[in-house]
Design a protein around this ligand. Structure first.
Ligand code: PMP
Length: 410
């Protein structure tokens, strides 16, 4: 086909929209980001954002580590480095997981891990199983690759594994995306019994599990549970190349999010593809950032985890107490054992999208739950974050939320 060039005089304005790829047309602005814009008025108490508490960041430790690293490594701290990631950091991760550094890929935030995994796993039309509700950012990452989502029902113990069996039988799925610990958005935790059942079922049907675990270390109450990756490894006699679980975690919630350091653990064939995908995406995660994190993992990280857990535990208990005090009894809420979020279900006639505007008038904000459902629904749900709220904000904000909900129920 030949295309004749328009003469300079009648050059049409470029129609950018028509030139965008099909992939681009599947992308849309995060519903949460749009919502956050209206909640970011200075006098509004916002439980909407999911930000780690900035006053807890180990500022001085990061400053010291940056200095140490620049002295220790010199110019190589500022040089290009390997796509797989800074070896001492990969070794530290691998040792803790009982695997080799060859099974660990450093990524620029676990968000990048989700995107790259979507890129190497999802063909257009592939069935991807997701929790209902699930992490909105994962839906955003997978969406451009054209998955067909099938939702797996959840209850207070996480994924309903009886329902999962039916879903697996009815669909030829590629992978199950799961957040077993203190899930974003609900704060729920998958029980041990269900973890085992989930692994048996997915293995039986030849379906991969993508375990997203940024919050696992932030348990402030109850007993620590083995993650799916560990249980998956156990099932195959400790051979990481036969584990059907791909594990993703991050330093964002335990240390700081701004350095954008996270990792993926998986069988070699997955890691090898991930390396190639990452090369095309950003060559490697910033060298200096990885070195700083590696400097902090031994001493600062455990101390920091203790501090953060303690603070979030106090805030979560406080928020739950205020919910019981100020919210109508008809409102159901989760009681998280860790992490940063809790979830509320309002009486069915209330739609939390229009409710948000009324709440903002009363100077409090939340995230409506609907965007967290891959297939829609959940119009009467909302997510609240307690991670960066003070006691006064919790008291005033939940009281205002109670007034807003009561007014809507009248
Ligand atoms: N997964 C989940 C479940 C999350 O909640 C988040 C952050 N909100 C991420 C992944 C991304 O985290 P990061 O890119 O900072 O590691």
């Amino acid at each position: 086909m030949t295309v004749s060039a328009p003469s300079v005089g009648d050059r049409a304005a470029v129609d950018f929209a028509s030139l965008l790829s099909t992939r681009a047309s599947r992308m849309n602005a995060s519903a949460i980001r749009e919502i956050l814009k209206i909640t970011q008025q200075p006098d509004v108490i916002s439980f909407a954002g999911g930000l780690p508490a900035p006053e807890l960041f180990p500022l001085e430790d990061v400053r010291r580590a940056a200095d140490t690293v620049l002295t220790k490594y010199g110019p190589s701290a500022l040089q290009y480095s390997t796509t797989e990631g800074h070896l001492p950091l990969r070794e530290w991760i691998a040792n803790r997981a009982g695997i080799t550094p060859g099974h660990v890929q450093i990524v620029t935030g676990s968000q990048q891990g989700l995107d790259l995994l979507g890129k190497i796993l999802i063909n257009e039309g592939d069935v991807v199983l997701v929790e209902a509700p699930t992490y909105l950012g994962a839906l955003q990452s997978f969406q451009p690759y054209g998955p067909q989502y099938v939702e797996v029902p959840t209850d207070e113990h996480g994924i309903d594994t009886d329902a999962l069996e039916g879903v697996l039988r009815a669909n030829q799925a590629k992978f199950l995306y799961a957040i077993p610990n203190f899930q974003n958005p609900t704060g729920r935790t998958l029980s041990l019994e269900r973890r085992r059942r989930l692994l048996e079922l997915t293995a039986q049907y030849g379906v991969l599990v993508l375990e997203d675990d940024p919050y696992g270390k932030l348990r402030f109450t109850g007993e620590e549970l083995p993650n799916l990756y560990e249980l998956g490894l156990e099932m195959v006699g400790g051979d990481p190349d036969r584990n059907h679980v791909i594990y993703s975690s991050s330093f964002s919630k335990t240390l700081v999010p701004g350095l954008r350091d996270a990792w993926v653990q998986a069988a070699k064939p997955i890691i090898e593809k991930l390396v190639q995908a990452k090369q095309g995406a950003d060559l490697h995660t910033p060298t200096l950032n990885q070195m700083i994190i590696a400097e902090l993992v031994e001493d600062v990280l455990p101390r920091q985890i203790k501090t953060v857990k303690q603070a979030y535990g106090v805030r979560a208990r406080d928020m739950v107490a205020r919910i019981r005090e100020f919210l109508p009894a008809e409102v159901e809420h989760t009681t998280p054992e860790g992490g940063m979020f809790l979830w509320m279900t309002l009486p069915g006639e209330i739609d939390t999208q229009p409710l948000l505007a009324q709440a903002v008038e009363r100077k409090v904000a939340f995230v409506p739950g609907s965007p967290f459902y891959a297939l829609g629904g959940g119009h009467n749900t909302m997510r609240l974050s307690y991670s960066s709220a003070t006691p006064t904000q919790i008291e005033t904000g939940i009281r205002a939320l109670g007034e807003t909900i009561r007014a809507a129920m009248e």
